[in-house]
Design a protein around this ligand. Sequence first.
Ligand code: GLN
Length: 454
Amino acid sequence: AHLDRIADVDPRINAFLHVDAEGALEAARQADADRAAGTPASPLAGVPLALKDVLATSDMPTTVGSKMLEGWVPPYDSTVTQRLRDAGVVVLGKTNMDEFAMGSSTENSAYGPTRNPWDIERIPGGSGGGSSAALAAFEAPLAIGTDTGGSIRQPGAVTGTVGVKPTYGGVSRYGLVAFSSSLDQPGPCARTVLDAAMLHEVIAGHDPMDSTSIDQPIPQVIEAAKQGANGDLTGVKVGVVRELSGDGYQPGVQRSFDAAVEQLSKLGAEVVEVSCPNFDYAMPAYYLIAPSEASSNLARFDAMRYGLRVGDDGERSAEEVMSMTREAGFGPEVKRRIMLGTYALSSGYYDAYYGQAQKVRTLITRDFAAAFSEVDVLVSPTTPTTAFKIGERVDDPMAMYLADLCTIPSNLAGNAAMSLPSGLSDEDGLPVGLQIMAPAMADDRLYRVGAAYE
Ligand code: GLN
C-alpha cells in the first residue's frame, strides 16, 4: 500500500531519491513469515520506513543529496540501518535532503526540492524535508532523520509531524555521512509520539563503532509515552524560555505556542518563565562551529577515494583533478560552509572565531544546566514561522539560517529535544510545532510531556 501511495503522490512531492520496491517487499514478506511463526523480530517488524539519504545502506545508493556521491553504494550499513533491519523494519527507500544536510528547506538538494504536502508551493523544512514530507503525505508511517542544528525538528514542525533529536551520543553516528560531528545526531520521525518512541528504542543504545556513543541504558521512552498518554502532568515543571519568543515570531506561531503552554498548565504542569540569556548567541556560534567541522569532514571528498571524479585525463595533476571535482560536485551552500569553516579555523583567526564560539557553547550549556535545576523540561516554538514559499529565502542565507533559531541551542549543549504538532496557525492554516527540551539522557521526559500534550 505504501509503495502504491509513493507511486501515486511522490512525482508531486519528491520526498524519495530512491525507492527499493523489491527489497521492501522481500523484507515485508519475511516479517509476515516471522509473525506467522510467532517469532516477530520486534514490535515494529513489517512496518515501512523512509530513511534519510545521509545514512549508509549497502543495498541502495547514499547520495547525501549531493552530486559528489551520485550513485555511490556504500560497502556497509550504518548502525541505524542495521538496527532497523534487525528489528524487521521495512526500509522503503532513501529520502531527499539538503546537500550534506546543510539547509532548512531541502532546496539545497542537488536532486530538486521536496514539496510540503500541506501546500506544494511551500518548503517541507530541511535538511530532512524528504523524511518529514514522506510522513505527512502518508508515504511512510515512520522515518529517520538527522539533526545537526534542527534538521529533524524544523521539518517536523512545518509538516505537522513528530521529530526527535535524541541526546547526543544516544543514537550511533556510525555510517552517518558526517556534517558536524560534535552536533550530528540521528533520530526518529513519526506521526505520533508513541510511534516515535517505538522507533527511538529500536535505533538507540551504545555502539562501540561510535567513539561518542554513550555506554548507558537507553532512556525508557516507550514507557514514558504510555505514561504521558493518561494526560496528567501533575508534578511536572515546565519552563518557557523567554529568549525564544516575541519579536520576529509570526503572530500565528506565537498564538499557537501560547495556547500550547496554557494546555500544558491545564494538564497539571506547573509553568514558569525562565531566562537563558546566552541563547541569543547560539546561532552565530553554530555558524562558526558547524562550518568549521564541515570544512574538515568534507576534505575527504578528494576525487581519489570515492564519489565523483572530474577531469582525470591522465595528464592533469591530482590537485587539478581534486579542484575540478570539488568545483563540479559541491553546490553553492556547501562551498559557502567550506569557505567559512576554513577561514574560521585558519591560523591567526582560530581564537577569534572558533575558540570564541566554543566558549559561547559552554555558556549555553550552563544556561541549560541552570534552567534544568529549576524545571523538568523547557518549551518554545520549534521555528519562528510556518512553512515559507519555495524560492522565498534561497538568495538570503541569513534568512534561511533563522529557521533554526530555537533548535540550535539543544545541539550545542547535546541534550534531547522534540518537536510535535501544536495545531494550525490561525494566520495561514499551516502546521506549527511545539518544541520540548530535556536534559541529556532524560529523553523520556520529552515523550511523557509530548504524549500528554498530544
Ligand atoms: N539548517 C541548519 C544548517 O543548515 C541545520 C541543518 C541540520 O540540522 N543538518 O546547518
